[in-house]
Design a protein around this ligand. Structure first.
Ligand SMILES: [Zn+2]
Length: 96
């Protein structure tokens, strides 16, 4: 998690709140993982030939993709109530 510098409207608090932004490096890491998968798939016969080190390492790498994907999709959260807030513009208030 990162700094709290941006302010967004929190629907739960119904106020402008500071938000905690996820680390911006997760998205490039996720892209790098996707590029790396192509290399892993290309080298699968070579990697699968070593059952002790290379094959478990390949499986760990592939399993880490799910974690990276989840981290890359994190939304900013309200610093007060921890509600995930997307940066979409605020909807117009309902007219009574
Ligand atoms: Zn809030």
């Amino acid at each position: 998690m990162g700094e709290t510098t941006e302010h967004l409207h929190c629907p739960r608090c119904d106020a402008e709140r500071r938000v905690i932004q996820p680390w911006r490096g997760w998205k490039p890491a996720w892209l790098a993982w996707k590029v790396g998968v192509v290399g892993v798939l290309a080298l699968t016969p070579l990697l699968a030939s070593d059952f002790c080190v290379m094959l478990p390492s390949m499986m760990l790498y592939l399993a880490s993709g799910g974690i990276l994907r989840g981290l890359a999709r994190q939304l900013p959260v309200c610093s007060r109530c921890s509600l995930e807030i997307d940066g979409a513009p605020r909807p117009a208030p309902a007219v009574a």
